[in-house]
Design a protein around this ligand. Sequence first.
Ligand code: DC
Length: 233
Amino acid sequence: MNNTNPIIVAIDGFSSSGKSTMARRLASAVGYRYIDSGAMYRAVTLYALDKGLFDAQGNPDVEAVVAVLPDIHVDFTPQPDGTQHTILNGNDVEGEIRRLRVSNAVSSVAAIGAVRKALVAMQKAMGAERGIVMDGRDIGTVVFPDAELKIFVDASAETRAMRRFKELVDKGSQVSYEDVLANVVHRDHIDTTREESPLRRAADAVSLDNSGMSLEEQDAWLLNEFHKALNRG
Ligand code: DC
């Protein structure tokens, strides 16, 4: 491979570790496409919630969710400010999928094998042309095991909860820090212990603990890793 070939960048890590921001900023700096794979799990979850496919305890009716998968189309549209919005069956659901009601339900939907299979197939297709930065939980391990650059991002649960809390408050949500922290801890548990593609670091991933890093430091670190990967081989 020479250094003009576009590569695949896989960024995995715990929820609210800042990986989406990192991934988005890298993609825009190097002119790659950014895909937020978590948004795809969130869109499926929103669809299932709106169709009433959860029981009173908040567990999804697995068979019913699997049955509606062919009716769900998820896409992304670039915005003038460089961000992307998630489109579910033609509707912009970017705001809806970030709400706590979806955050609280998404891990149980993401644990369904058939949901993962369908979304992983879509994600692989999105990377067929390479030149992509995708973030998630299983991107370096399952979706793109041959990605030229794999990053595993970590930060303490408290740091991550505070970030998500501030984001939600900025967007006008009335939430408490304690509820957000509980959600982060709960999702960490489900994401790392589920049977289907649990969150784990790929053996060849570069680790980053960004707890004390500024955005600029993070950008510089990632751009450096990107250029090393591009020039490798
Ligand atoms: O990154 P996020 O918090 O928006 O992800 C939402 C949920 O989707 C999270 O609970 C884990 C799950 N997820 C996953 O299982 N696999 C991915 N590739 C991305 C997200």
